[in-house]
Design a protein around this ligand. Sequence first.
Ligand SMILES: Nc1nc2c(ncn2[C@@H]2O[C@H](COP(=O)(O)OP(=O)(O)OP(=O)(O)O)[C@@H](O)[C@H]2O)c(=O)[nH]1
Ligand SMILES: [Mg+2]
Length: 455
Amino acid sequence: MFATDDTIVAVATPPGHGGIGVVRLSGPKAQAIAEVLLGRTRLEPRMATLATLLQTVAGDTERIDQVLATSFPGPSSYTGEDVVELSAHGSPVVLEGIVDAAMRAGARLAEPGEFTFRGFLNGRIDLVQAEAVADLVNAVTPLQARLAYDQLDGTLSTAIRAIDATLFDLIARLEASLDFPDEGYHFIDRDQAATAIGSITERLEALLSAGRRGRVIREGRQVVIVGSPNTGKSSIFNGLVGSGRAIVTNVPGTTRDLVTETIDVNGVPVRLVDTAGLREIGDAVEVEGVTRARAALTVADLALLVFDRSRPFKDDDGQLLAETSSTRRLLVVNKGDLPSAWVSDPLVAAPGRVVQTSATADGGLEPLREALAATLSVEEVSRDPVAITNLRHLDLLEQARGGLERAGPAIAAEVSEEFVVADLQEARAALEEITGRRTTDDLLRHIFDRFCIGK
Ligand SMILES: Nc1nc2c(ncn2[C@@H]2O[C@H](COP(=O)(O)OP(=O)(O)OP(=O)(O)O)[C@@H](O)[C@H]2O)c(=O)[nH]1
Ligand SMILES: [Mg+2]
């Protein structure tokens, strides 16, 4: 996938200006290139050294910046190779200058994820941990970050390897019984094998059920705000987001496109989408806005239907109620600070929890915040059992369970051990694909494509 015998370089900190920016080098020539850049011969391993960074252009040597250089000799470095990190002032010009100088001295610009990929190839981390690095970097809620860190720390890898080891042992004993059938060896009898398969299946089940919750935390939820024009959708959106992100006016038809922000609801990242007020009239822009609003509704995990209580309930409102009857929804009755114009309660028979709000009154959105949390949050994910968050891992665990589910009855039905062993091997193959003991180039490309450059 990537060449692995050369020395790579990249800026490891985000683009833009900052207090400090870090350039990272990894590969056999990392140390030598750093020596050229710093004009000195030795960096004490794992000690930050203050040094001046030099570059030579057209025979003239100039000073680029003062940096802190740290050398991490392989194999106990992030990549498993020699690594040098240069912390400079966080200016894109300075950092790009350092990268250019490193390239002139023999380094190649790193591809996205290439540092982590080398760490994986050199056995510093397994594939689950590599994926956790990307998840940790991309986390938007503290709970997401915590679960990603747990996986990076190896909790999930350890759990999967332990199951794999038990399977390996079981297969070995079954195979031994196959190889020496006439010699009276009973390495394992069918009852013992059935019990072992049952207990491995239980361990997989525990991981799978924790994984369903974990996935919500990693993938988040999409919540779409819909309603007739001028009911206060954008005001509610702004209130929940905590900024004036969407335009609010008293003109019906203000919002015309989808406006999206992510908020944290008890650790679950929620993509909140504000939409154009649903009505049939309007110019071409508004019609397109309404089409987009309806499309957003179809992919929502939850819809907030917003009604304006200060004016009579209209046909449009009734139609929205009917058209979302099978969508998970909250019925938000807004403008509670104004006198009600509803003579009877039009929502009384409608499925969905009713929440009274006032987007303009202090604390008027609290009931909605609480209802969102109650509807969307997952039970608190404890650190044990390990919560799987990644769909790839879940799919492979399901595959592993499939193998065990075939092996269990086969052993009970006195089917030849060979077939049982084949099913168990299949389960093992799936587990090994999770941790990356077996992989394909396509899978690796897919995983490391998600990384940013410098990671
Ligand atoms: N009194 C009162 N006014 C509100 C409340 N919520 C919104 N408004 C006002 O209602 C008007 C419309 O609010 P918006 O948030 O723009 O409504 P919208 O549903 O996004 O409107 P469109 O984008 O046009 O569909 C604005 O003048 C808001 O200030 C509320 O709870 N009470
Ligand atoms: Mg609006």
